[in-house]
Design a protein around this ligand. Sequence first.
Ligand code: TRH
Length: 466
Amino acid sequence: MPAPPATTADIFCRVVDNFGDIGVCWRLARGLSAEHGWHVRLWVDDLGSFARLAPTLDIHAHRQMLDAVEVIAWRDAALAPPSDALDASDASDASDASDISGATDMSDATDMSDASEISDASRPPERSRTTDSPASAEPLMPRDVVIEAFACDPPAWFVAAMHCMATPPVWINLEYLSAEDWIEGCHGLHSRRSDGLEKIFCFPGFTANTGGLLRERDLLRTRDRFQADANAQDALLTTCGVPEGARARIAGGAAVVTLFCYPDAPLQALFGALAQRDRPTVLIAPHGVAPHTESALDALSAVERAQFVLCRIPFVPHEHFDRLLWLADLNVVRGEDSLVRALWAGRPLLWHIYPQDDAAHHMKLDAFLARTGWPDAARVANRAFNGAASVAHASKAPVDTPEDPAAPAARDARDTRAADRANFALLHDEATFREWQTAAKRYADTVAAHRDLAATIADYGVRATD
Ligand code: TRH
């Protein structure tokens, strides 16, 4: 019996800021392609950001193949109104003509479920633009499944094309990650638009009743092998640009702490606690990230400062980034995707959550922490790292005399130091830290027992091609 045709999909990704949007989409695209055999087109509006995570990407190419995924430069100029975009005669004017040249004359297209056949027939004999790869010979009609990442709105002409299809694509809105309970009630909901098209809401999450998290099939087994292989770890550190001196310290027993946080992270408090450990720390931070790292280190006493080696390294591709997290003793991560990857590392982590108005992020952080089963001290440290009240700044210091004008400031500084010490105490309390290590591994295993996000989405594709 011939194999059923592969599911085809379009993933739309707008890079709002930072790297999380493209990080998630890139992992999802590769997961659907490598593990579910899908033919994926990934539309990205900012190839520059993408290239930080995928250095072999050609940021000038209009269309290109990367790891069996077709990457399309999604330029805003291509967001022509449907009437223009659906008319081949206007295509030569569009700055992204190849995007729309396949979408010619939708009015004739009664059944576009086999998009390539119909588009082949309507493709102009000679394309008005040169494109960059053989992949560009394929016209860009909507496919079986459309995945809109984080409500980024596919181009209007594309939605119009979806509307014209006898069997419109399965349209999935991939939402942001949250550990809050309410997402279980919203995951999988359908919403019908006024034009009749329907969207399905897919919520990634940590429980069985959500869409799950991105996790490649062999990830934890590969991680376990890597964590047991000191040579592989050293080779990875070399590849990532960690200098020999720092690698020697690691081989000699120094702890590794990766730093990938937002600029306002309380690094001084963190470093003050790490400095109390009975082993030195090698800090690994990408260039440009956590810009106050150097000044926070300089603010330490000479004895404390001597406990640290700082390695600034370039951004590394996903595979290397994951492995850095696997080999670290503590990962400071942020946003969404690096949190998930640090979770899979099965090691202690501090999550610097993306800040939101009205401190909504503190609720999200608490919802996550409540699920982890980590020791209380780990939750306290995570809250403190995000400026959420943890240990009260209640100083037991004697009240200073009112005559001393410097006293309140000195008292404040003392109180802050005392609170920092209490909030991050587990970083130098080896017994509690070990408890955290065990709990972190256990929680990774717990979540890994659930279905992963690519598999959840692949199921929608099966329904699309039934
Ligand atoms: O970059 P972020 O801060 O992204 C955030 C979040 O996604 C947040 O939800 C969103 O609202 C906001 O942006 C706009 O953090 P995040 O999510 O961890 O994404 C970082 C990506 O960068 C992740 O895919 C890992 C990747 N990365 C590398 O591949 N190599 C590296 O060297 C580093 C430091 C990161």
